[in-house]
Design a protein around this ligand. Structure first.
Ligand code: MTE
Length: 327
């Protein structure tokens, strides 16, 4: 993804039926706890503080017809939390894990505006209140051709949008990441090619799809900062750059929003960014991916699947669309 311009850039009360969020604490009195296997004990954030456990309503079946769980081997936590793209903290894969501990994630508020009946600046816990946390085990396929399998914890975006009451004019959802150069060293870098804030967008039907998740955790714990704490998007059938991190703004619009990578390199990164092995990136093939963990000697190369393996669930959203043109 890196666009190098300079040679020197280094590569509450507990409600009886539901789970809710209180100042970064996720509590439950009902629902199934995550299985012990899904929840390795003692995961630490990069600064050494323990990550708080979360409790989700869903158990983890091996597979699901809706695509909510894959039986594929999960990528170990260490790889998920140490090999990241989060340019707000630097462009090297290790930079987010090295530097994202500087980010303050509590308190956190999310501005919801545009075509909604209930706009406002919501405390994150209020926005999520009353919506059960769910576990989803999704494949994540980066446009750079590496991939992972991650057990997320979060809420379906359609449930969150229902709370803020989209109007009939709402056709797209625009998401914006925090701008805080004092804590995000990539935003103060003079080598940065990105015009902050990082912005992403979805068509309304994509946003309302049951697979689209707003994640607050992974591996049964709150999100490590480098993975987009405290609140990020996960759209498993699209290239990873759509899954915007550390979101502070959700805006519903009539017009298609401009997005960061599309603005930066429109011939390389489209608005739709659906995983598609038949449409190559101009600079590399998308037919295969390197599943983490891997190494030089064992690249763990696997075939990329149409819509990242979620074709059955999402192909109907793009019926009749020329996917070469709308990449
Ligand atoms: N969100 C923000 N705000 N900034 C970023 O640089 N990188 C994207 C996406 N979300 C990015 C972002 C890219 S390119 C990918 S592949 C995924 O985050 C990576 O998510 P992960 O680091 O949790 O695996």
């Amino acid at each position: 993804m890196l666009i190098k311009r300079r040679a020197d850039i280094p590569s509450s009360e507990i409600t009886p039926e539901s789970i809710y969020l209180k100042r970064r604490e996720f509590m439950t009195r009902s629902g199934l706890a995550l299985t012990a296997a899904a929840m390795p004990a003692g995961l630490l954030a990069q600064d050494g503080t323990p990550l708080k456990p979360l409790t989700a309503v869903s158990a983890t079946p091996a597979m699901s017809a809706q695509g909510f769980y894959t039986a594929e081997k999960k990528t170990p936590f260490d790889d998920v939390a140490r090999y990241n793209n989060f340019y707000e903290f630097g462009t090297d894969k290790g930079d987010p894990a090295r530097h994202a501990h500087a980010l303050t994630t509590d308190p956190w508020s999310v501005q919801v505006d545009g075509e909604v009946g209930k706009p406002g600046n919501y405390a994150l816990e209020d926005l999520l209140k009353g919506i059960d946390l769910e576990e989803r085990i999704y494949r994540l396929r980066c446009v750079e051709a590496w991939s992972m399998v991650i057990p997320w914890v979060g809420v379906p975006l359609h449930k969150l949008l229902a709370k803020v009451e989209p109007t009939s004019k709402a056709k797209y959802v625009e998401f914006t990441t925090l701008v805080r150069p004092s804590e995000m060293r990539g935003q103060r870098s003079r080598f940065s090619t990105i015009d902050w804030p990082y912005v992403e967008g979805l068509r309304m039907d994509e946003a309302m799809h049951p697979l689209t998740l707003m994640a607050v955790g992974l591996y049964g714990k709150e999100l490590p900062n480098q993975n987009g704490a405290p609140f990020r998007l996960v759209v498993p059938w699209k290239y990873g750059f759509k899954s915007i991190k550390s979101i502070v703004k959700i805006r519903l619009t009539e017009k298609q929003p401009g997005t960061t990578w599309q603005r930066l390199a429109p011939s390389e990164y489209g608005f739709f960014a659906n995983v598609n092995p038949n449409v190559d990136h101009p600079r590399w093939s998308q037919k295969y991916e390197r599943r983490l963990p891997n190494s030089l000697f064992d690249p763990n190369r696997i075939k990329t699947q149409m819509f990242n393996g979620y074709e059955e669930q999402v192909a109907s959203l793009y019926k009749g669309m020329n996917l070469r043109r709308y990449y």
